[in-house]
Design a binder for this molecule. Structure first.
Ligand SMILES: C[S@@+](CC[C@H](N)C(=O)[O-])C[C@H]1O[C@@H](n2cnc3c(N)ncnc32)[C@H](O)[C@@H]1O
Length: 228
């Protein structure tokens, strides 16, 4: 979203309004795929205004020329990321970026998204909350095709560094398959209004949603942390 700085700021402020209520005092937040970190800064500020002190750490594999790292800590390598007890993992418009290059939405993309998503999940504590903001694509093949094409076009403009990637926009069924693969329990799914730029094309884009998930402790977990 580096392309339109003021639109990006408006987007971040709007999104923070949805994310902030899910934060608790003393949460240790990992913003996975944090981009330039602006969203984290707004979120931390909004929590502070509501008397919730949160600690935020960002990870993004791409180092930004322009970043907000003066105010937040961003790591570009998972090896360097502090192994602390993250109680919240944010994945805001990130999962659809986790597909490998030149693949269509097939089982291959599932595999590569699954592999990358698994890295995020392995970093958090057993009782962490996982918040995913992303899109849900129509189950109708024709609509799905146009929604995916449109979102990919938009994402390649707003994220020029990702232009060679194969974006993975999931139907609700595909989302549930991903959650099930990682033994996650869906707590809520909330519609997120279309953000400023998105309103222009809302009839042809997927639906923006916010998923809240937790590990499903009634089944064996893949957590790297010992279970309580
Ligand atoms: C649309 S941006 C969203 C940035 C930020 N979360 C926000 O909402 O402002 C998508 C981000 O995902 C990052 N990304 C792409 N592939 C990733 C991966 N495999 N793991 C983590 N982040 C990834 C990109 O570098 C990019 O910064």
């Amino acid at each position: 979203m580096m392309f339109f700085p003021s639109l990006n700021r408006r987007r971040n402020r709007a999104l923070v309004g949805y994310l902030e209520p899910y934060m608790k005092d003393r949460d240790v937040v990992l913003d996975y795929g944090c981009g330039d970190g602006e969203l984290m800064i707004h979120l931390q500020r909004a929590c502070g205004e509501n008397r919730k002190a949160i600690k935020v750490t960002g990870y993004d594999p791409v180092e930004r020329a322009v970043s907000f790292r003066r105010w937040v800590t961003i790591f570009n390598s998972l090896v360097r990321l502090p192994k602390i007890s993250y109680s919240v993992c944010l994945l805001v418009d990130v999962v659809h970026h986790m597909g490998e290059r030149s693949q269509t939405v097939s089982s291959d993309v599932y595999d590569s998204v699954g592999e990358e998503f698994g890295k995020a999940i392995s970093l958090i504590t057993p009782h962490a909350r996982i918040l995913i903001k992303d899109y849900v694509i129509s189950p109708s093949p024709f609509l799905a095709f146009s929604q995916r094409s449109f979102l990919a076009f938009k994402d390649s403009i707003t994220n020029p560094k990702e232009v060679n990637k194969s974006f993975a926009y999931f139907t609700l069924h595909q989302w549930y398959q991903l959650f099930s693969k990682f033994n996650l329990r869906l707590i809520t799914v909330q519609d997120v209004p279309y953000l400023p730029l998105e309103r222009v094309y809302q009839s042809i884009a997927g639906k923006p949603v916010l998923f809240l998930l937790e590990r499903n402790h009634s089944r064996p977990s893949r957590s790297c942390f010992p279970q309580p």
